[in-house]
Write a protein of this length. Sequence first.
Length: 278
Amino acid sequence: MPYEHILVDDPRPRVRRVTLNRPEKRNALNNRLRAEVFEVLEQADRDPDISISIVRGAGPCFSAGYDLSADNRVDQPYHSAAGPGQWSRHVVEGWFGIWDLAKPVVAQVHGYCLAGGTELATACDIVYVADDAQIGYPPVRLMSPPDMQYHPWLVGMRRAMELMLTGDAMSGREAAEWGFATRSFPLEELDARTLDFAERAAKVPVELQQLNKRSVHRAMEIMGARAAMRAGTEIQALAFTTEASRNYMSTFRRDGGSVKSQLDQRDATFGDYRTRNE
């Protein structure tokens, strides 16, 4: 069936691939795109002819994060509890929906993977990245901590603290060395390497593979990963009450020019992301 913001194909035996297809928006995650991704991954989870899925981005990057030019309060793809922190609770529930699928999901990351884009990658079971990818959570600079606070679980306390206190990006190579990503490859090899892994993993019977996946997740959950990330949504809600965050958010208008200028304001002092060459 046709989709508005994604492309879907089956590039190898028993492999389903989802391509985020808003390259003109750097694959920013609006509600429609998220809904389509969830729908296709859930369909693959029910399809007896599919064993594993891949999520990647079209154009120059994987995803620059949530679409700040959209009114994301409207047409959310599923209900979540109202009140302060509703948005962060909402998106974290969605990412754990991917986490809880029976069949593995692979994130194939190139270019920018920022903010909500890192959360989508985190929800996947395997993360293959380009060596020169830029992976970070810059909203910590003027807005709030992440919706899904994965940092200490994937990169450890000290690296997490460094990334959270600056909003700086990891390169793809660093992301693999530090534990955010599984492996990194030269960009020109990324597509083939991801497909080779997916085809190899698809050889394991689905009924066994889902238990292999679940055993790793259960260990993480026993250590508190799910509870901590859910609790983090309440900390994010608190961050939006701070004067710094309220002042920054008050300058946003939902048009491209305003959003771009606000992102430049956030990053210019640090001289990175969009402002790196200015």
